[in-house]
Design a protein around this ligand. Structure first.
Ligand code: GDP
Ligand code: IMO
Ligand code: MG
Length: 422
């Protein structure tokens, strides 16, 4: 059975942990969108790994990990990541990591353009990760991007980089930002590309061969549904389709290759960067930050925290076709006396069970809550769903009911072993 793992909130739901957990029973893990704006944490046998571009299946030997055509790859960042993960004792061979020759490349000036755009937006800024993701996807859609395959033709690539650097410099000069030297950019990215070259191939036939021979494929989503360029809280979104449809366009595998969609959400809600957050709650943020939790895996920024929002989750289950929910961080609520679940929004006196499209309506959305009793006990040592306290099971049952999808997995701690299959 081939499965998509998709984030149902604003990212950081615990996708990496669920992908890693499911990799044991799979053969191939493929990323189809996003870039190193993603930060996926896996804790296995006491060691913490943070993955940005590498698929979260990389920790398992004898599994194939594919960076698909829909991903935007920062070659310099990827080489650094490979070196960091190798230094943690993980082998990353060309047999284990495959990079699509159709993937677009994030160039150094894309990152600076990202920063320039944020500076220009002032207090309207998106709060991006400044990894150059927006500018790289913009070049892709604007048909002036460079793909991994282009690097095989050095003369052509040098010409293109020289032209794009000149264009970027014009914009950067206006903001007093770093101006790039085309030769240096070429040197830097080609040094990285040479390290990556043995991993590059046409990954589409490989994925099809795996599918046709009955191998199990996991599609690892990055970001989350409310950051999707179409379905998210536009313009406070990322620049790719983070929802399940992106798994097909980003890998070359068709919808008929996929049998299940696991939607990952936290037992509460978090968001990093700007944009609406109706259930955001300062008390819960302070509490979780006090426990040392909810700091971004990519930028280290504190994530805003809030109550579970089933308006978002209901919508996310719809657009992704979720067949099962993985609810992580249940243990984060262990000490709370009572818990709030947002079931709908009141916008100007009208009740909404699905999120609005109008950006201004988001700001007027008042969450309507249902209050449930907390369980006031430590769940981190639970080894089965049955062992969870009755109130925790009631909370999860209500969550599933409000979202219209069954619970498939529950997370009670960051470690690989703290994942309960239902
Ligand atoms: P991703 O981007 O969706 O892979 O999620 P991140 O790794 O950015 O953020 C999830 C955070 O929650 C990480 O610090 C994980 O180690 C942690 N985490 C995941 N599942 C659980 C869980 O069930 N309990 C606890 N306590 N932490 C978890
Ligand atoms: P994972 O895969 C959480 C957010 C940024 C910003 C917006 C746009 O770890 O869940 P971008 O750099 O993509 O142009 O930023 O999207 N963002 C994420 N938030 N988790 C992520 O990835 C994110 N990737 C981007 O904070 O609000
Ligand atoms: Mg993350």
């Amino acid at each position: 059975m081939n499965t998509i793992i998709v984030g149902l909130q604003w990212g950081d739901e615990g996708k990496g942990k669920i992908v890693d957990y499911l990799t044991e029973g799979s053969d191939v893990v493929v990323r189809g969108q996003g870039g190193n704006n993603a930060g996926h944490t896996v804790i296995a046998k006491g060691t913490k790994y943070v993955l940005h571009l590498l698929p979260s299946g990389i920790l398992w030997d004898a599994k194939k990990n594919v960076i698909g055509n829909g991903v935007v790859i920062d070659p310099v960042g990827l080489v650094q990541e490979i070196q960091r993960i190798e230094s943690q004792g993980v082998s990353i061979t060309p047999d284990k990591l495959l990079i699509s020759d159709r993937a677009h490349v994030v160039l150094p000036f894309h990152k600076e353009l990202d920063a320039a755009r944020e500076a220009a937006l002032g207090d309207q800024k998106i709060g991006t990760t400044k990894r150059g993701i927006g500018p790289a996807y913009a070049d892709k859609v604007n048909r002036c991007g460079l793909r991994i395959a282009d690097f095989l033709d050095r003369e052509f690539t040098v010409q293109q980089i020289t032209r794009r650097v000149a264009e970027a410099n014009e914009i950067l000069a206006k903001y007093d930002l770093t101006i790039f030297d085309a030769d240096q950019v070429v040197e830097e990215v080609y040094t990285a590309f040479e390290r990556l070259r043995p991993h590059v191939s046409n990954t589409i036939p490989l994925l099809h061969a795996a599918w046709k021979s009955g191998k199990t494929i996991l599609f690892e989503g990055a970001q989350g549904t409310l950051l999707d360029i179409d379905f998210g809280t536009y313009p406070f979104v990322t620049s790719s389709n983070t929802t399940s449809g992106g798994s097909c366009t980003g890998t070359g595998l068709p919808p008929t290759a996929i049998q299940s969609v696991i939607g990952v959400c936290k037992a509460y809600t978090t968001r990093v960067g700007s944009g609406p957050f109706p259930t955001g709650d300062e008390g819960l943020s302070e509490y979780l930050h006090g426990l040392g939790r909810e700091f971004g895996a990519t930028t280290g920024r504190p994530r805003g925290c809030g109550w579970l929002d089933t308006v978002l989750l209901r919508f996310a289950c719809m657009v992704n076709g979720v067949t099962g929910l993985a609810v992580t961080n249940v243990d984060g609520l262990d000490e709370y006396e009572t818990l709030q679940i947002c079931t709908s929004y009141d916008i100007d006196g009208a009740i909404h069970e699905l999120p609005p499209a109008d950006r201004k309506a988001w700001d007027r959305a008042v969450p309507i809550y249902e209050t449930l009793p907390g369980w006031k006990s430590d769940t981190t040592a639970c080894t089965s769903y049955e062992e969870l306290p009755a109130q925790a099971k009631a909370y999860l049952t209500r969550l599933a009911e409000l979202c219209g999808a069954p619970i498939a997995f529950v997370g009670v701690g960051p470690d690989r072993a703290q994942t309960l299959a239902v």
